[in-house]
Structures are given as structure tokens and as C-alpha cells.
Design a protein around this ligand. Structure first.
Ligand SMILES: [Zn+2]
Ligand SMILES: [Zn+2]
Length: 111
């Protein structure tokens, strides 16, 4: 396995991994240099993608943008569309809006 590096003059050099960290010299310009250590963990493509993803992660949208208000069918109060329980009359709001009558009956019996 070889180590690829450049001398201070930009000459591209290749040497055996066994020479890593040892003093050497460029065979072209004779400049003294030290063979660098081989990179243990070069960045892979997936690593680059992950770093970019973290860097460009969009901010979470606000709740106001996600939950426009709707009117409660029982009390008419404004509640969030995603809400399951009316904050005004505490009636249960089924997502498909089919269980409202059931909830109304059960709540009236409890009283
Ligand atoms: Zn050189
Ligand atoms: Zn209500």
C-alpha cells in the first residue's frame, strides 16, 4: 500500500506505507521532507451527503403554519385543525368527524 503526497514544491510523490512519518527527500528537487501518515478515514460519499444534510437542514415550520384554525362544531370556538379535543368545550374531535355525536352523548350522560 502506497502513500500519495506532495513535496513543498508540488511534486507528486508516492512511497511505501512503511516509510510513513520518516524523514525523506523529494527525488526531483531533493528537498528534505517527512513522509506523512496515511489518512485512516477518508471521507466517503455517504459521509459528505450526511454532512451536507446536517448543514442544510431546514428549520422546523411553525405550528401556526401547519394548523390553521377551524370552528368547533359544538361550541363554535376556534381550535386548531390538528387538535383532537376542543380547548373550549373539551369535546372529542375524531379525525374523520364521525364520532362527534357519540362523544356528545357520552359527555351529556356523565353530567
Ligand atoms: Zn519536489
Ligand atoms: Zn368546542
Amino acid at each position: 500500500m502506497f502513500i500519495y503526497f506532495e513535496c513543498s514544491h508540488g511534486h507528486r510523490l508516492k512511497t511505501d506505507r512503511r516509510h510513513a512519518g520518516k524523514p525523506s527527500q523529494c527525488p526531483q528537487c531533493r528537498i528534505p521532507l517527512t513522509v506523512p501518515q496515511p489518512q485512516a478515514n477518508p471521507i466517503t460519499d455517504s459521509g459528505v451527503v450526511r454532512l451536507l444534510g446536517e448543514h442544510q437542514a431546514p428549520a422546523k415550520p411553525s405550528f401556526a403554519a401547519l394548523e390553521p384554525e377551524q370552528a368547533c362544531p359544538r361550541c363554535g370556538g376556534e381550535i386548531a385543525t390538528a387538535a383532537r379535543i376542543c380547548k373550549h368545550c373539551e369535546v372529542y374531535l375524531a379525525p374523520d368527524q364521525k364520532l362527534w355525536n357519540v362523544s356528545l352523548k357520552s359527555s351529556s350522560k356523565r353530567r
